[in-house]
Design a protein around this ligand. Structure first.
Ligand code: T3D
Length: 263
């Protein structure tokens, strides 16, 4: 029996998801993408889980599509990449962006093609000093997918996004940090502590409000100021009716640490 391509551990309020095909740099075959979709669907409704941590086994985070699966040596290539992208990668991006809880990504090594896009679809990205990001698509005659062409220009501006996508150069994590593509860089030995630490911290925060912050950030990309102001008002109304708001204010007035339940 083969190894499990996705590992899921529930550690208190945090779900730790590990991409686990290290021999092929955790590239996505049908089994791994299907399992990731299933795990994300399960975690979306698991009330005990209030934050996710996504990382990879071995020396890579994820090398995107498994090219041996997409173009087998002795068989015809995947019939329709459009169909494949719609069914496999688009639902994963939408699950991560629409998940009503925060996702921290711990990029342990190279993140290439859809693997880089996967990291950028998460809320907070922490990378090891050895990690790198690679818009590998152009190297094999493809275009960026899995949300890269939407998110990269918003992270770096069009000038850098165009260079990354067109030149396909490997970008070291410290440079990705300088360009505003990721949140933090740390030594590889510290990645687990830093990444899981952030996820654990987030799991103790007001989950409902964090979910609304994600929605605000998603909407801000295309809204006018007027639309965004209205959305903020609406969400503030909702957050103000949450149990965590009541607890937050009560704790402040009592001069004690709040105990948020996520509701
Ligand atoms: O199919 C569709 O629906 C289209 C959608 C596509 C979405 C995409 O993600 S397209 C982009 C696909 N990914 C790539 O093009 C990246 C390919 N990999 C690389 O360019 C390099 O491996 C890296 C730059 C990521 C790392 O280089 P390096 O030198 O550190 O490692 P390596 O020696 O190239 O790879 C190590 C092993 O992993 C090697 O196998 P071996 O020789 O030890 O048996 C290599 O073949 C394997 N591997 C790496 N990436 C992939 C892979 N095997 C299958 N698919 C991969 N993507």
């Amino acid at each position: 029996m083969g190894q499990d391509s996705i590992l899921l551990e529930k550690l208190g309020g945090v779900a730790r998801i590990t991409l686990n095909r290290p021999d092929v740099l955790n590239s996505f075959d049908a089994s791994m993408s299907g399992k990731l979709q299933d795990v994300l669907a399960e975690l979306a409704t698991d009330r005990e889980i209030r934050a996710l941590y996504l990382t990879g086994t071995g020396r890579a985070f994820c090398a995107g599509q498994d090219l041996a699966e997409a173009c087998p040596k002795d068989a015809p290539p995947l019939a329709d990449f459009a169909d494949h992208v719609r069914k496999v990668y688009n639902p994963i991006v939408l699950s991560l962006r629409n998940l009503p809880k925060p996702v921290v990504c711990g990029v342990n090594g190279v993140a290439a093609g859809a693997g880089a896009s996967l990291a950028f679809a998460c809320d907070l990205v922490v990378a090891s000093e050895e990690a790198s990001f690679l818009q590998a698509f152009i190297k094999i005659g493809l275009v960026p997918d899995t949300g890269a062409s939407w998110i990269l220009p918003r992270l770096t501006g069009t000038a850098h996004a165009a260079a990354l996508m067109m030149l396909g150069e490997k970008l070291p994590a410290p440079r990705a940090l300088e360009l505003g593509m990721i949140y933090k860089v740390c030594p590889l030995e510290a990645l687990e502590t830093v990444g899981m630490g952030l996820a654990t911290q987030l799991a103790g925060q007001p989950t409902y409000a964090l979910g609304l912050i994600k929605k605000l950030l998603n909407a801000s990309a295309n809204n006018t100021l007027e639309q965004q102001l209205e959305l903020e008002a609406d969400y503030q109304g909702r957050a103000g009716r949450s149990l965590d708001y009541t607890e937050g204010v009560k704790a402040f007035l009592d001069k004690r640490k709040p105990s948020f339940t996520g509701a």
